[in-house]
Design a protein around this ligand. Structure first.
Ligand SMILES: Cc1ncc(C[n+]2csc(CCOP(=O)(O)OP(=O)(O)O)c2C)c(N)n1
Ligand SMILES: [Mg+2]
Length: 394
């Protein structure tokens, strides 16, 4: 599980690419070249990158507005992003949408974000369950904010995922603010990870500005899901260092708070770590920065040269005319990946008394539901008995 030197350098590359691409988008926004909004993830790069980096190619993500880093790790290139934000015809949506609303269900396995906070949670639980039915051991991961965790669908989705033991990793990015609402007005909790208790699933806390810790925690959660013992809620403690979007100067954020979090900048912190652990040379750092610079320049030139989509295409793709193909074979595998029998490990040290009984009672319940001796019991049998008695009375 330990990261190789090469992987350490990759994490640095992705975080810097995330930041520098957003810096460029901000400049382009001010030049009026961007169609739609730019939502900064300044200070949150370690969360996006570290979580996505813990996944494999076969796994699924559904990003939120501050997860550009994850989108890049999943395989989109700066040119794709720049075309998308400028609504050019070469963009992933062919210029039909700006901002972050794009995805790819076939190659990259990225579900397009939707604006309704929380709605991706049941969607991703379903994707994880779908994979299990098909006998594929894949994990679905999505993110939610401290604010988004107050929605009804957060609770419904996570509860559903928990009872189904869906292979879902939910990363709750506690960046302390939801627009201008501080997180203490969002929930009466110090740790949002405690929300997990309501669903009987593990809730873990990670320092969201420490990319290695984020990666390692997510990797563990992913493995837990692969074993069939999902879902897992990870609270990443971090900070939103810009306003909600470009229009918001965030004057409501106290200066001292901002300063405190600037000092915890995830990229500067990681640079110090790489140097202290002798994981890189000055030349390697400069090469990475030069590569990013080159990729952004090329991407921007390509995006600016790409035309806007022709007006005739406005009606295309509104209704499906063979553009969507159901590729999955909806046959249950003879050997489905079964849900795990207990989640005891994750409860260790938290509630040891509860852990074994939770596993055992769950096992009993699963047998009762799926066991072959079921049909004679329950509602049907009672109904038959009732009908028989009525007949006899007549
Ligand atoms: C269900 C729903 N309610 C309200 C909104 C409007 N809205 C968009 S982002 C946002 C704040 C979200 O805060 P948080 O979840 O903490 O995420 P952050 O912006 O901090 O990353 C709100 C209220 C929405 N998109 N969906
Ligand atoms: Mg927030």
């Amino acid at each position: 599980m330990a990261l190789s030197r090469q992987q350490h350098l990759e994490l640095y590359y992705w975080m810097q690419l995330n930041r520098k691409l957003e810096d460029l988008l901000t400049v382009m926004f001010r030049q009026n070249k961007v169609v739609g909004g730019v939502y900064s993830s300044l200070g949150q790069e370690a969360t996006s990158v570290g979580t996505a980096y813990a996944l494999e190619k076969r796994d699924w993500i559904a990003p939120m507005i501050r997860n550009l880093g994850a989108v890049l790790v999943k395989g989109y290139r700066p040119r794709d992003i720049l075309m998308q934000y400028t609504a050019k015809s070469g963009s992933p949506t062919g210029g039909k949408d700006g901002t972050a609303h794009f995805g790819d269900l076939h190659e990259k396995r990225m579900v397009s974000p939707i604006s309704m906070l929380g709605d991706l949670i049941p969607v991703m639980a379903g994707i994880g369950l779908g994979a299990r039915y098909l006998g594929r051991n894949e994990v679905a991961l999505t993110w939610i904010g401290d604010g988004g965790s107050s929605t009804g669908v957060f609770h419904e989705g996570l509860n559903f995922a928990a009872v189904q033991r869906a292979p879902l990793v939910l990363v709750l990015e506690n960046n302390q603010w939801a627009y201008s609402t501080p997180n203490y007005l969002q929930a009466r909790l110090i740790d949002f990870a405690d929300r997990a208790k309501a669903y009987g699933i593990p809730g873990v806390i990670v320092d969201g500005n420490d990319v290695v810790a984020v990666y390692e925690t997510t990797k563990q959660a992913v493995e837990q899901c692969r074993r069939g013992d999902g879902p897992v809620l990870i609270e990443s403690k971090t900070f939103r260092r810009k306003g909600h979007a470009q229009h918001d100067p965030a004057a409501y954020v106290p200066k001292w708070m901002l300063k405190e979090w600037e000092a915890k900048d995830p990229i500067l912190r990681y640079e110090k770590y790489l140097t202290a652990k002798k994981l890189w040379t000055e030349k390697e750092k400069n090469d990475i920065l030069a590569r990013i610079d080159r990729e952004l320049k090329e991407g921007q030139a390509e995006a600016e040269a790409s035309p806007l989509p022709p007006a005739e295409r406005a009606a295309e793709g509104v209704y499906c005319d063979g553009c969507h193909e159901i590729r999955a074979e909806w046959k249950r595998s003879p050997k489905p990946v079964k849900p795990g029998k207990n989640t005891a490990q994750w409860f260790e040290g938290k509630s040891p008394a509860l852990a074994p009984s939770l596993g055992a009672s769950q096992e009993r319940k699963e047998k009762a539901v799926v066991g072959p001796s079921n049909p004679g019991h329950g509602k049907n049998a009672k109904l038959k008995k009732h009908k028989k008695q009525r007949k006899q009375r007549k």
